[in-house]
Design a protein around this ligand. Sequence first.
Ligand code: ARG
Length: 486
Amino acid sequence: MTSSNSLDRKSQAWSALFSEPMSELVQRYTASVFFDQRLWRADIQGSLAHADMLAAQAIISAQDLADIQRGMAQITQDIEAGRFEWKLELEDVHLNIEARLTQLVGDAGKRLHTGRSRNDQVATDVRLWLRHEIDAISELLRSLQFALVEVAAQHTDTIMPGFTHLQVAQPVSFGHHLLAYVEMFARDQERLQEVRARTNRLPLGSAALAGTTYALDRERVARTLGMVDAHGAAQVCQNSLDAVSDRDFAIEFTSAATLCMLHISRLSEELIIWMSQNFGFIQIADRFTTGSSIMPQKKNPDVPELARGKTGRVVGHLMGLITLMKAQPLAYNKDNQEDKEPLFDTVDTLKDTLRIFAEMIGGQVNPATGAKEGGLTVNKSRMQEAASKGYATATDLADYLVKKGLPFRDAHETVAHAVKTAQGLGVDLSALTLAQLQAFHPAIEQDVFEVLSLQGSLNARNTLGGTAPAQVKAQIARHQRRLHTD
Ligand code: ARG
């Protein structure tokens, strides 16, 4: 252990070249330690893999490696216990940890940076950190899909109005409606897996920009860090200039996160509409709502509203990252330090939102009963009532006439007349008498009433991907299998 620590003062971090120390303002402006310290675990993981390889290549001694491992174990404990002293003057997480390592183990700590630069170090850290977060997000996405599928399974036969242009269009199963979101979240998960594969590649060994003069074994480092493909082949960035400056993976991730938030936002919008008094389709549990300070009757859907609002900040982060990259010359530029806060906030926002939505939709397990409680409350009769207004089965009547031999365009026109008449009488099509209906077309017979019923309309849409309960049940079974084996 030596007492000298060349990184103790920022002004000394870069050697004797500098004739004056940084001003306090510039230090604060350029420092990232107060946000990038959350990369600490990835930073240590990357350093240990690098040191292990340096020793295997006989670039440092076995004793140096042991010292580095011992020092890093101590630092890990200190950070976990909240004892680590982060120093602004040491700029970022990398210099803070390295300085402390050197303080703890002396020269071995100074040898760690052999064949490495902070440029390839930070690119590696962010990738390792993001890979971990992608795995956590995938798990949360899976829970949300489970919750939606569970509710859908209880409502394959619950009829609600399906909308186009937010006008009543055709009856649909509420379960079918929920499964539309499951499809969206399933695609989000696919996208995340694709982003993960491109994130999981090793920049380390690129050094500052051009590679290094030491005989590094980059593939060994990649394998140590689990940066391998499905066949176990090491995934190493193949161009040093690209490796230190590429942040595509962060942009891609934020883009995938934006789409996921967009889906959450659409769902939020529907939940908000559905729980308004005029719809009254659902309730969400009180713990996801707040009251009004002035209107005693109010119960506001704060959580979905906030999720819809937070979508905006994630969209903003995507714009920020894209703009950050657009005019950067090769290779590393300090601009890239600005990638962290948007990326971190995207991850935090998405994780919190997914967690809260899974619970809001599916409820929580009551430990006493083992049953889930406190999820969505569905008002079936309000949904059904809404579906029976708005002539939701008009298309069914047209299809009925087509099956009786009318060309579709004529059938469409005939039904438009029928709807107009029913509207004038203030009743639904199914409330017209057979004689009244036959006045529109003589081919109409008694069996029309089955066609005009909501249940009949639903059952009739029995093609793959359609809303017939039989189809919805088949989709639920598929999702359950998929979610169990994914
Ligand atoms: N804190 C820096 C970042 O986040 C680390 C890399 C700094 N490299 C450099 N040459 N200044 O990007």
